[in-house]
Each structure stands twice: as structure tokens, then as C-alpha cells.
Ligand binder design. Structure first.
Ligand code: GCW
Length: 679
């Protein structure tokens, strides 16, 4: 009998929770049953499509007291900000813009969903950045560069006539976390996006997104005037080229009056740019800025530029852009990746932050996990984002954090913005890994408030996405909060970087070499392992990249005894027997770190398996099977890196940790086969 009851209960739990496929993201509000007259509980002094959405959300999901939405140009709120107050049994949300009211409604729903008290409120919110933008690396053929959650959400062949219901769901998800811009296409841009045919498709999306406050931007190919405009060149000083862009921008604004602007990857990784014509990045950016200026559009010009010269790749962005400081128009903003190389598991912040004193700067994060385990590994990225934003650049003495440099508080800025490379695709759960949704969420929340602790964001997300029950929230939060460091441990501890398998950037390939290939794409370029030690000497005796940082930070980074250990091999070539702060040698510590990473993933498996009763069957299994993959892959990372580096260190792997279970030659062969199958 007892057994039967147990079976009955577990069947009940499973079937009760089984309906979840992750498609609702963190927006798992429960419909409230209201009488028709209840809609009077929610009122606004203004009508607009945005306010209709806000009222509808309240009607469907809000269980608390009556809410007034007060649109008031003089509400005293900044930009998209809002105020929420509670008086006489009623909640009022006031905002200068309609979108502020919608954001306020999502604030209330978030409180409700996370089990927080939604009365006794006295809240004023204002965004850290005016433009909070997703960058989609989506191609027009439906593929996504570095996308791991299926194909593009944009069904270009069916647009503009057929509109997928996911477009609106996407806009709503973004609005719920304050994201207000989206660059629809890959920075490796197909010029076709600017043809009249595609612009009509873009307009259809812009029209759908507008009520959710989501503005559309496009990436453009600098050579477009040549590629689709029939001009002989794309020289930014050529009057015909300038006129072509002016006409094109006019055409865009005639279709999309609130179009946001253009994103450009120029003279980088094979993309064309002004340097093709002996012009500078400023010449190129300003030409586009002049075309956009009459419509209040902006240019986001990427600083991700490097070429295979003898110069350390980490130095090249500063070398290119610092001499141009002050030459950019006031509607240009330089979009800088968080680190000087490329979205690695850990990098120092890019030294370009703060180095441009008369040029607006924005940060670009990567939400899609190109270098952090794709959609197979559980890695919560908010601690990485937070680490960079709170890094002190010392550009203006102590306290000049990347956050303050980019949000306009340290230096006046006409445009403030932040970008994240999206991790969405057409998979049912949007992001592939159920936990990858947390990275989209976290990016939005940090873009709204860059001082939010990543732990608080994780807490909110878990409660909304799974359950507010503490017995679930606590262990899952611990797992998320340590997950980025875990990934660093089993992939690239102590500042190692870019030792990934060529091109696919998933597994390890520290031995990787393509004879005659670009040195700056080869792992050995970055790790420099030899019998004396490992790491990239970026001090004065090496590339001297440390000199690009401000004093006193450059002294710290440049001094092996003061350099933070988590960046040691980024800045120094360190002898294998060098003693770290704990007294152990670099080699021994490296081994312990890799092993620790493996053990941490195994501990996540244990944590997750114990939580089965709290999660619906589908999402439970999806996470469970991905953790199994992650555990296997962490072991591959450890064995590959330790066995490979051991060929240089010549030292034993400390006897108190698990022995490698893979042969180096077999690992090399496996990766080689993988390469061939993806070619
Ligand atoms: O990280 C590298 C990626 C490229 C990407 C490039 C960039 C869009 O491997 O796929 O191209 O960065 O940011 O431009």
C-alpha cells in the first residue's frame, strides 16, 4: 500500500511538472482568474500599444492590489526609468515614457514571481545605459555564427508576410529585462541586408518589436556601396560613396522611423573597411555618422581589430584607436569587447577602456558561449560580466571602473550603450541549455543596472525559472555562482587563454598547429610553453602590453610577484617550478586546478540529481544529460592540457589527484577527426 502511494505521488509530481519545455523562459507567470469587471483594477491615463501590453500583463498575471499606470512627461524619471509607490491600497507606476510603465509592470511581476513583498513599495529605477542591445550573429541563410541553439529566429524567406509568433515572444522577453535594442544580423555582414527586399523584412520585425520598446539596428558591410550599389569603390572620402550611404539611411528611416543605427566590423578578420582605401576608422565611422545624424541614429564601430603582424594581438586595438581619440563624431560609439583578445573564460579588461578620453565607449559581452562550453556546459556568466564592469582601470585615479567609464558618469557622453552577443536560436527553449537562459537574463539585468550583484540576479532567475523554494534555490545558486570559475579551472586556469581546438572553439587543442597558418590563431602563440615555463610575457621584457594599462595597475600586472594569480600566465612567462602564494609550484598548482575543475563538475551532477523532485521531468533530464557531457569534457580538458604541458615541464602529476584516463595521442586523434568532420 505504502509503495502504491509513493508511486502515485511520483507519477503525480512528474505529470504535474511535465508540461515545461523551457519555452516560457523566466516568464512563467500563472494566469489569474479574474472577473470581467476586474480589469477596472488596472488603469492608465494614456493609450498606446505599449500601455495596452502593460495592462494586459497585469490583467492576466498580477494577483496584487489595483495598479495605476501614470504616463507623465514630468514624472521626474530618467529616460526609460519608472517609479513605483504604494498608497491607500493602490500601486502607482509613473514614468515619462510608456516603455517605463511596461518595465514597471515587469518589475511588479518579478517581485510576485520571486516571492517578494510587492506592497509597501517605494522604488525608483533608472537604467545604467540608455541603449541595452543584443547583437545577433545571424546570417541571412538562417545559420548563426557561434550559435548553439538551432537556427536563426528570423525566418527571412517568410518575412515580411508570415510573422512567427516567436517574434513577439522574443520582444516580450527582452522587455521583461529591459533590453531595448537588437542588431538583427551578423557583424560579418551580408550586404544584401540593405537591399529594398530585405529592408521590408526588417521593417516587419521593427513594427512588431516597437510596442515592446525594442529598437532595431543593423550590421553593415562596409563594402556595400560596391557590392550592391554598383559603385567602383567604398572609399569613405568618395562623395558618391557618402551620398550612397545618405540615400540608404534615408530609405531605412522612411520605413523604420525609430531605427537605432548601424554596427560595423571593419578591417577585421577579412572584413572590408576604410583602411582598404588608406583611410582611418574615424573616416569610416564619421561618414556613416553623418548619414545617420539627421535621424538621431548612431554608429557602433567595433574595436575588435587585429591583423597577423608581429605585434601582440592584445595590443592592437589600443594601437589602432588611441591615436584617433577625439576624431569621432558625437553619434559614434566604439564597441569594445570586454577583454583584449576574444571573450576568453578569463581575460583582464581591455586597456582601451579609459584610454579614449574624448571618444564614447561601450562594452560588448558574449552571451553565447563560444569559448565557455557552447550550449552543452552550465556556465553562469554574470560573475564574468560583473568582474569586468567593476574592474578599476585607474584611468582617472582610483575608482574609474569600466562601468563608470561606459555609463557616462565619469565623462559626459551623448550616447551610452552596452551590447551582448545573443545566445538565442529557434530551439524550443531558445538557448539550448536550460541554464543558458540565465545568461540572457543576466545580461539584460546588468544592462539595466550594472551594480546588481550577480548573485542577486541568479537568485531572481532561479526563482522565476524554476521555483522559489529555498531548498532548490540555495544549492542551484551555489552551483551557478561557482560555475564560471569551475570552467576556468578545467579549461584555462591562471590566465591561460586561447588554447581551444581550432575554429570550433569547444575542446582543448593546446598542441594545435597548422603549418603556414596565421600565428595569432594558433594556441602556441598564446601559451608559449617550453621547457622553462609557460605563459605570454607581456611585460617590458616581452610584448609590453602591460604598458597599455594605467599606473598603478600596469606596475601590478607587470610584476610577477604582485600580478593577480588568476591572470599570471596572461602577463608572464612563468617557470614551471615558480612558487605561487600557497607555496606550491606553478606546475603542481596547474594540475590541482585542472583536477579541481573536474571535481567541481562532478559535484554539480550530485547537486542536480538530488533536486529531481523540484524540476519538471523534461528540464531535469536536459540539465542532467548536459552535466554528464560537461563532466566528460572537463576530464578531456584536464587530461589534454596536463599531458601536453607535461611534455614541457617534465614533472609528475601530483600523486594525490586522479590520474589521467586518456592518452595524449588518442586525444589528438579525436580532435583531428572532429576537425575533419566539421570541415
Ligand atoms: O570570436 C570571434 C569569433 C568570430 C566572430 C569574431 C567577431 C563574428 O570566432 O566568429 O565573428 O570573434 O567578434 O567579430
Amino acid at each position: 500500500m505504502k509503495k502504491l502511494v509513493v508511486i502515485f505521488i511520483s507519477v503525480f509530481i512528474v505529470s504535474h511538472l511535465a508540461a515545461e519545455d523551457g519555452s516560457r523562459l523566466w516568464l512563467r507567470f500563472q494566469e489569474t482568474k479574474k472577473e470581467a469587471t476586474d480589469s477596472k483594477l488596472f488603469r492608465s491615463n494614456r493609450k498606446s500599444p505599449t500601455i495596452t501590453i502593460a495592462l494586459d500583463e497585469l490583467n492576466r498575471y498580477w494577483k496584487g492590489p489595483a495598479v495605476d499606470l501614470i504616463a507623465d512627461k514630468k514624472a521626474g524619471t530618467i529616460k526609460d526609468g519608472y517609479k513605483i509607490s504604494y498608497k491607500g491600497g493602490k500601486i502607482s507606476i509613473s514614468a515619462a515614457r510608456d516603455i517605463g510603465l511596461l518595465y514597471g509592470v515587469y518589475h511588479l511581476l518579478r517581485l510576485q514571481q520571486t516571492g517578494k513583498d510587492a506592497t509597501a513599495l517605494n522604488v525608483e529605477e533608472r537604467p545604467s545605459y540608455e541603449r541595452r542591445i543584443l547583437n545577433h550573429w545571424d546570417n541571412l541563410d538562417g545559420s548563426i555564427e557561434r550559435g548553439y541553439a538551432g537556427r536563426s529566429l528570423w525566418q527571412w524567406s517568410q518575412l515580411p508576410d508570415t510573422l512567427s509568433p516567436r517574434y513577439e515572444a522574443y520582444a516580450r522577453a527582452n522587455a521583461s529585462i529591459g533590453i531595448n535594442g537588437t542588431v538583427l544580423n551578423n557583424v560579418n555582414a551580408n550586404p544584401q541586408i540593405l537591399t529594398p527586399e530585405y529592408l521590408l523584412k526588417v521593417k516587419a520585425l521593427a513594427d512588431l518589436f516597437r510596442p515592446y520598446g525594442l529598437t532595431v539596428y543593423l550590421s553593415v558591410n562596409f563594402a556595400a556601396p560596391k557590392a550592391i550599389g554598383g559603385l567602383p569603390d567604398a572609399d569613405p572620402l568618395n562623395k558618391d560613396v557618402q551620398q550612397w550611404w545618405k540615400n540608404k539611411v534615408k530609405e531605412i528611416y522612411a520605413l523604420i522611423p525609430d531605427f537605432g543605427g548601424l554596427l560595423v566590423k571593419a578591417n577585421s578578420e577579412g572584413q572590408s573597411g576604410p583602411q582598404d582605401y588608406g583611410r582611418t576608422h574615424a573616416d569610416g565611422a564619421n561618414m556613416l555618422a553623418d548619414a545617420l545624424k539627421p535621424y538621431q541614429g548612431i554608429v557602433m564601430w567595433r574595436a575588435f581589430v587585429y591583423s597577423p603582424t608581429k605585434e601582440d594581438r592584445a595590443k592592437q586595438a589600443c594601437q589602432e584607436f588611441v591615436p584617433l581619440d577625439g576624431q569621432f563624431r558625437d553619434n559614434v560609439i566604439i564597441q569594445i569587447k570586454n577583454g583584449p583578445i576574444d571573450f576568453q573564460p578569463r581575460e583582464p579588461f581591455s586597456p582601451l577602456f579609459g584610454a579614449l578620453r574624448h571618444t564614447q565607449e561601450m562594452i560588448e559581452f558574449q552571451i553565447t558561449q563560444e569559448y565557455l562550453g557552447h550550449s552543452k556546459q552550465l556556465v553562469y556568466l554574470a560573475p564574468l560580466f560583473e568582474e569586468t564592469l567593476q574592474s578599476d582601470t585607474y584611468s582617472d585615479g582610483k575608482g574609474a571602473t569600466v562601468a563608470k567609464i561606459t555609463d557616462g558618469s565619469l565623462r559626459p557622453a551623448r550616447v551610452t550603450a552596452i551590447a551582448g552577443v545573443a545566445n538565442t536560436g529557434d530551439e524550443v527553449n531558445w538557448c539550448g541549455h536550460p541554464f543558458a537562459q540565465s545568461n540572457w537574463y543576466a545580461f539584460g539585468r546588468l544592462a539595466w543596472n550594472h551594480n546588481l550583484p550577480s548573485e542577486q540576479i541568479a537568485d531572481e532567475w532561479i526563482r522565476m525559472t524554476f521555483t522559489p523554494d529555498e531548498r532548490f534555490v540555495r544549492p542551484v545558486k551555489d552551483m551557478m555562482m561557482s560555475s564560471r570559475e569551475t570552467c576556468v579551472n578545467y579549461m584555462m586556469p591562471y590566465g591561460l587563454h586561447h588554447i581551444f581546438a581550432f575554429n570550433q572553439h569547444y575542446g582543448p587543442e593546446p598542441w594545435g598547429d597548422i603549418p603556414g597558418g596565421r600565428a595569432d590563431w594558433m594556441p602556441w602563440y598564446y601559451h608559449n610553453a617550453d621547457t622553462t615555463g609557460v605563459g605570454f610575457d607581456r611585460t617590458a621584457t616581452g610584448s609590453n602590453a602591460v604598458a597599455q594599462y594605467f599606473p598603478s595597475l600596469n606596475d601590478v600586472y607587470g610584476d610577477i610577484s604582485r600580478c593577480p594569480e588568476n591572470l599570471l600566465l596572461w602577463f608572464h612567462h612563468v617557470p614551471w617550478e615558480y612558487k605561487l602564494k600557497n607555496g606550491g609550484s606553478l606546475w603542481d598548482n596547474l594540475c590541482y586546478r585542472y583536477d579541481e575543475g573536474v571535481q567541481q563538475v562532478r559535484s554539480y551532477q550530485k547537486v542536480w540529481d538530488r533536486l529531481e523532485t523540484w524540476v519538471d521531468a523534461q528540464r531535469f533530464r536536459e540539465v542532467q544529460s548536459r552535466l554528464r557531457i560537461q563532466a566528460k569534457d572537463a576530464l578531456i580538458w584536464k587530461d589534454a592540457c596536463l599531458l601536453y604541458f607535461q611534455t614541457f615541464s617534465g614533472q609528475p602529476i601530483p600523486y594525490d589527484i586522479e590520474r589521467p584516463v586518456n592518452e595524449l595521442d588518442e586525444l589528438k586523434e579525436q580532435i583531428r577527426i572532429k576537425h575533419n568532420s566539421t570541415l
